[in-house]
Design a protein around this ligand. Structure first.
Ligand SMILES: [Ca+2]
Ligand SMILES: [Ca+2]
Length: 286
């Protein structure tokens, strides 16, 4: 009989482990699955859903937004939009909540911080935590120490953060996903100065990814600055404009490549192209 009870005790312990709260992260974009032109804004949104019946709601959420190693081109993912943090989740962000400090001009690191090799930085440690300690933190962090229950357990997943970046100019299919998901949930809610105990949750990021395809651009055609199919007087203003974008950085016409101004075929657009551009006027494109 004693042996049976011991076995039951072990089973109960196993069940407690198996019933750990589950937190599911999702990543969505209106551009998911679409083919877009270079320079198209790609929006992204992170949401979180928390299991019910085994916890009192979200206490901490963190994840990284990363670009797939096989993406045709890399870039530094810009941090999310502070204005997208709603009044529920601002309790997880400085100054009310506990998050990374903001970097650059950002007021909070809740929107993610850029880390990695320059030119291909990912956005890491998006999110933050409620102040569950029952007392205010130092100035600028954890000022709201009244814990809110039930976060993430509504009928719809809780919005965490939104942001956007521009589709790269290199054609091909790009994938972005959430990784390193970390979450704590409230096991009960204390009345300050009592603290609110938390437990680590199992985080599911399996479906949290978006993909889009950057279309192959128009066939290169020297001198055709508006991709109209021929080189004519209409191209003159934009050719002159192209001379003031060294390397093409910031070229404001995503649907027609800056490099079409390279009329002497040396890989750059500069004053050396002027004579060759004039000679191209009247040419038609392939
Ligand atoms: Ca043209
Ligand atoms: Ca050139």
């Amino acid at each position: 009989m004693r042996r049976t009870l011991s076995t039951l005790a072990i089973l109960v312990a196993l069940c407690v482990v198996a019933q750990a709260a589950t937190v599911t992260l999702s990543l969505q974009s209106t551009k998911n699955g679409q083919t877009v032109q270079p320079g198209t804004p790609i929006d992204w949104t992170i949401r979180v859903a928390v299991s019910t019946g085994d916890n009192q709601g979200l206490a901490l959420i963190a994840c990284d937004l990363v670009q797939d190693a096989a993406n045709p081109a890399k870039f530094d993912i810009p941090p999310g939009d502070v204005a997208s943090i709603d009044t529920t989740m601002d309790d997880f962000s400085r100054p009310l909540g506990i998050s990374n400090p903001g970097e650059g001009s950002a007021t909070t690191g809740y929107i993610g911080v850029q880390r990695g090799t320059a030119g291909q930085k990912n956005l890491i440690q998006i999110g933050g935590a409620q102040n569950t300690f029952g007392a205010a933190g130092p100035t600028g962090i954890g000022q709201d120490f009244t814990v809110n229950g039930g976060i993430g357990q509504g009928a719809q997943p809780q919005h965490v953060l939104s942001g956007s970046f521009l589709a790269p100019s290199t054609p091909g299919t790009y994938t972005f996903r959430l990784t390193n998901g970390l979450a704590n949930v409230l096991t009960s809610i204390g009345t300050p100065p009592a603290y609110s105990p938390v437990a680590q949750a199992t985080v599911n990021t399996a479906g949290a990814q978006i993909s889009f395809t950057v279309a192959t651009g128009p066939t290169p055609c020297a001198g055709d600055m508006d991709c109209s199919g021929l080189v004519d007087f209409d191209d003159i203003d934009r050719f002159v404009e192209a001379l003031s974008y060294p390397g093409g950085a910031g070229w404001p016409y995503p649907n027609c490549p800056w490099l079409n101004g390279d009329c002497n075929n040396d890989g750059s657009v500069n004053f050396d192209d002027i004579d060759a551009f004039v000679a191209r006027i009247g040419a038609t494109c392939p």
